[in-house]
Design a protein around this ligand. Sequence first.
Ligand code: A2P
Length: 278
Amino acid sequence: TVVTDAKPAPAKKAVPDTQTVTAVKHWTDRLFSFRCTRPSSLRFRSGEFVMIGLMTTDEKTGREKPLLRAYSIASPSWDEELEFYSIKVEDGPLTSRLQHIKVGDKIVLRPKPVGTLVHDALLPGKRLWFFATGTGFAPFASLLREPQTYEDYDEIVITHTCREVGELTYGRELIEGLKDDELLNEVIGDGFWKKIKYYPTTTREESPKMGRITDLMRSGEAFRDLDVAPLNPESDRAMICGNLAFNLELKEMFEEYGLKEGANSDPQHYVVEKAFLD
Ligand code: A2P
């Protein structure tokens, strides 16, 4: 008989809500996107966000705890994986670490989706506008791959304002890729992508269209370029996702156009959410 007083190793406390990274792509030195496994229980509406992050050690107690931030899900509701689009902030508590994740790494994901950038928060309309700055494009990456977007609207106008040209690439490639999206072609039919008007602008690097979208709308230039009338509450619906100043400025403009802000419980003409900045 072998006598041993060795205690069984304490069972490692399972980290709740852990998912595995399946792909990572760096777009610029400030931006990256990644994909991860999707919890089988997670149901969400395209455009919603969840809390995701990494395990970290609490400096005071030495205990492991999750460091979480709100991230829009960039993949559509039907996708079997999840996609996220993130900024990299050098001294950002989360993104200074998150930007180094590799395929096979674990992330924490709380499967409780919420948000107002959803079709349910808008009244029916003819034209749907997506207004994004920087990583604010993420929820629209989800909604642009959602069949309902094309079922509910005759036209979709996407404006994306970034500092530099390279920051537009994620969005541009996604929009160009819609033409070849099998599910959308099957469900919506050939040519659904002809409903899309894309209006990218930059503010700090030379590009074909320069300036903040707010200024381009105020001067009328954006509407002339797009060949559409300014927004009105009869036909237009809008979703806004960008930095705080951008959101506030657009809200003010929309109220001048007579548009009202909606919510899940009270669908109206437009909805707003802050883009994640760490
Ligand atoms: P700008 O370069 O003129 O500040 P950020 O990276 O700082 O979040 O900004 C992303 C983009 O949003 C930039 O092109 C920036 O332009 C633009 N932006 C910032 N504030 C506003 C605003 N109030 N209205 C419109 N665009 C804005």
